[in-house]
Design a binder for this molecule. Structure first.
Ligand code: F6P
Length: 359
């Protein structure tokens, strides 16, 4: 049988565990005698001239710290693609794959990357398997994506730290976390860190609701509080705040923590507020046991799928198992937001956290 030549690329915002995924794919493929091409800088490595890639062997990862580190050894790309350029990009992607003689491509990406690259692959007739990764945990079907667990730990550590300094200074400290339009990262780290308030894009809130919670805390005799806020919530009058734009001009969220702080200060003087915007440290941190385990299982499964010629699939974690789903079904579902009826939301509410105006 002909030796398979497989490409692997990481696409979208980076996160902890990407290198563990690459290592898992390389090792599993090497067991079958396949050649692995690591594509640099997301899809750019295949669509820009000259092509940018390197042949990967087990030696790239066996005696180096890479699999244990965050970031992407291959580089990644978080810029979006204008849909009008899709057919041109798809052609360039297909040409790149053909030039390298690749039989298939493994894409490690989130919901946006699954959408874009599966369209490229469909347009160019390329076989693909997807591995979900994102700190937002919003990739459909899979219960967990690589990188989410570590990001939750980074946020939880921040809540813990803020709690201590809040206590020293009798303050209400606000932590703005990432997650785009999904509140998973905010909610799970608020639960783990025992925050007093958690605001997520999926649940409407009132500043007065936050203030009532602060008053209740004060009345109970406690002089400090921690508020976790997801970057994707809107102002009370329904606006998203943005601090930057990506390479195709789309707004990147940021600034809602400062807005909340000012609003709380205007209406309530008993707690001073300060804001920590955690930013890109959430995308790093030492990859957790769970993320490395998921990386190993996903990498092995992706190679198994290719060996069985089952392509245009995404691997997923469901009910304690690694499974595979059609990428079309994943893409059709769009983005997985926080379920307001989930156990996470129920528990937060039951524990007395203010999480907005739940119906
Ligand atoms: O999707 C991952 C993510 O970190 C989001 O949580 C965040 O909104 C966005 O990427 C930030 O993008 P950038 O890397 O372009 O700043």
């Amino acid at each position: 049988m002909k030796t398979k030549k497989i490409g692997i690329l990481t696409s979208g915002g980076d996160c902890a565990g990407l290198n563990a995924v690459i290592r898992a794919v390389v090792n599993a493929a090497a067991q079958l005698g396949w050649e692995i091409y690591g594509i640099h800088n997301g899809t750019d490595g295949l669509t820009e001239e000259p092509l940018s890639y390197e042949v990967l062997t087990v030696h790239n990862f066996s005696d180096t710290p890479w699999p244990r580190l965050s970031g992407s050894y291959l580089g990644s790309l978080n810029k979006g693609v204008k849909m009008e350029s899709l057919s041109e990009m798809s052609k360039r992607f297909g040409d790149g794959v053909k030039k390298l003689g690749l039989d298939a491509v493994i894409v490690v990406g989130g919901d946006g990357s699954m959408n874009i690259t599966s369209n490229y692959c469909k347009g160019a007739g390329i076989k693909m398997v997807g591995i979900p990764k994102t700190i937002d945990n919003d990739t459909p079907i899979t219960e967990f994506s690589v990188g989410f667990n570590t990001a939750c730990q980074v946020c939880t550590d921040a809540v813990d730290s803020l709690n201590l300094t809040a206590r020293s200074h009798h303050r209400a400290l606000i932590l703005e976390v990432m997650g785009r339009d999904a509140g998973h990262l905010a909610m799970q780290s608020a639960l783990a860190g025992q925050a007093d308030v958690c605001l997520v894009p999926e649940i409407p809130y009132k500043i007065d609701g936050v203030i009532n919670k602060l008053k209740e805390i004060k009345k109970s005799g406690r002089n400090h509080a921690v508020i976790v806020v997801s970057e994707g919530i809107k102002t009370e009058n329904g606006q998203h705040l943005s601090a930057a734009k990506n390479l195709i001009g789309e707004a990147v969220y940021g600034g809602i923590g400062q807005y909340l702080s000012a609003e709380i200060n205007n209406r309530y003087k008993d707690f001073q507020t300060r804001v920590t915007t955690l930013g890109h440290v959430q995308r790093s941190g030492t990859p957790s046991c769970f993320d490395r385990m998921l990386a190993a299982l996903f990498g092995a499964k992706a190679v198994e799928l290719l060996a069985n010629d089952q392509t245009n699939m995404m691997v997923a974690w469901k009910n304690g198992h690694v499974e595979a789903y059609s990428i079309d079904d994943v893409v059709k579902k769009g983005t997985t937001l926080l379920d307001v009826h989930s156990d996470f939301v129920k528990a937060a509410h039951a524990l007395g956290m203010y999480i907005g105006e739940l119906k």
